[in-house]
Design a protein around this ligand. Structure first.
Ligand code: KG4
Ligand code: ZN
Length: 337
């Protein structure tokens, strides 16, 4: 079965084709980062319009790269939520129209399910069940995954998502959007011994997170400390912030593995591209005689390969949409069980 995947939930237009025998045939992505840069964050209306401009040329490019025509496609998967409503509607409408025109089934995919299945695109991938840490710009979730479509939410962020905290702290440090990669680079020059930021909610037994206080810690450090050079102060704050986020995520993941008895940990979502986080989580999992699995960085951030893969899993189980086009800007992962 060959599935076309379409991702337009936020500021990336992405198209991919997944083949159940051969794996990923082709994928491509157009990022809107430059478009939104001057506003310091994603402008929903601009995002929708750019998806409209970009999606079909990208589709043609990916089909050519994969060497397939419309007749070779057996199903279409698109991200149906959560995300920006206008942006989601572009992908859902194009996906539904293609499915109707080509006479193949379509399926709306939950964006976070696609993220948590992304490690399955790798040759060495986990088996079910596993624990998933989903860390993106909009979500921080700990999920016990029994099987495809069987998800138990163990914990989530009560305020800012981990990626959002990276982005807001980066803005404060006058770094470009998205902030995560910029903080990671800056942190390399920082002195890790200079500041110690809190590890929020780690004194509580539950598996929830809170990252909004870390921005305040970063702000106070920026205002209240003398700087030999501003560049060094910023780097010292970047490393203190990153270490606090990595420590907090590691402590909660370890606790979740202990509580569930699971041994495999899957890490996905944009923040999962962070090397310091990847190293710490791999070490922690190995210390517990388990293993951590990460998608390659390009499948951590938004992409359509993960949507095509999730679509293939659902379509091959006989699931599909009817002719109505429904998107769900807010959509809990547990609702799709
Ligand atoms: O999964 P994603 O591409 O989009 C959403 O669904 O949100 O995640 C984007 C988030 C942004 O907040 C970005 O700053 C963060 O992931 N991010 C990183 C890194 N690369 C992207 N955070 C920390 N370190 C990175 N290397
Ligand atoms: Zn995402």
């Amino acid at each position: 079965m060959r599935v076309l995947g379409i991702e337009t939930s936020c500021d990336e237009t992405a198209i991919a084709i997944y083949d159940s025998e051969q794996g990923l045939l082709a994928h491509s992505l157009h990022s809107q980062i430059k478009l939104h840069a001057e506003y310091g964050g994603v402008v929903p209306e601009l995002a929708s319009r750019d998806h409209i401009r970009t999606a079909l040329p990208l589709l043609r490019q990916v089909m050519t790269a994969a060497g397939v025509t419309a007749r070779d496609i057996d199903g279409v998967a698109y991200t149906a939520g959560p995300g920006l409503v206008g942006a989601l509607l572009v992908g859902a409408t194009i996906g539904s129209a293609l499915g109707y025109g080509w006479g193949v089934p379509t399926i709306g995919i939950h964006h976070m399910e696609a993220h948590l299945l992304a490690p399955m695109l790798e040759t060495e991938h986990p088996s079910y069940p596993f624990l998933a840490l989903l860390v993106s710009g909009g979500h921080t979730l700990l999920v016990a995954v029994q099987d495809i479509g069987s998800y138990k939410l163990l914990g989530e962020s009560l305020d800012d998502a981990a990626g959002e905290a990276f982005d807001k702290t980066a803005k404060m440090l006058e770094l470009p959007y998205p902030g995560g990669p910029a903080i990671e680079i800056l942190a390399k020059n920082g002195n890790p011994a200079r500041f110690h930021f809190p590890r929020p909610m780690c004194d509580r037994p539950d598996l929830n997170f809170s990252f909004s206080g870390l921005k305040t810690a970063a702000m106070n450090a920026l205002k209240n400390n003398p700087a030999e050079t501003l560049a060094q102060l910023r780097a010292d704050i970047a490393v203190a912030f990153q270490t606090a986020v990595v420590d907090t995520l590691t402590i909660k993941c370890q606790r979740a593995l202990e509580q569930t008895g699971l041994t495999q940990l899957v890490v996905a979502g944009g923040v999962g591209a962070n090397k310091a986080l990847r190293q710490r989580l791999q070490q922690m999992a190995e210390d517990r005689c388990g293993r951590a699995y990460f998608p390659r960085p390009e499948y951590c951030t938004d992409n359509a390969a993960m949507v095509a893969y999730a679509g293939h899993q659902r379509l091959s189980r006989g699931q599909h949409e009817n002719l109505t086009i429904t998107v769900r800007p807010r959509w809990s992962l547990e609702e799709i069980n």
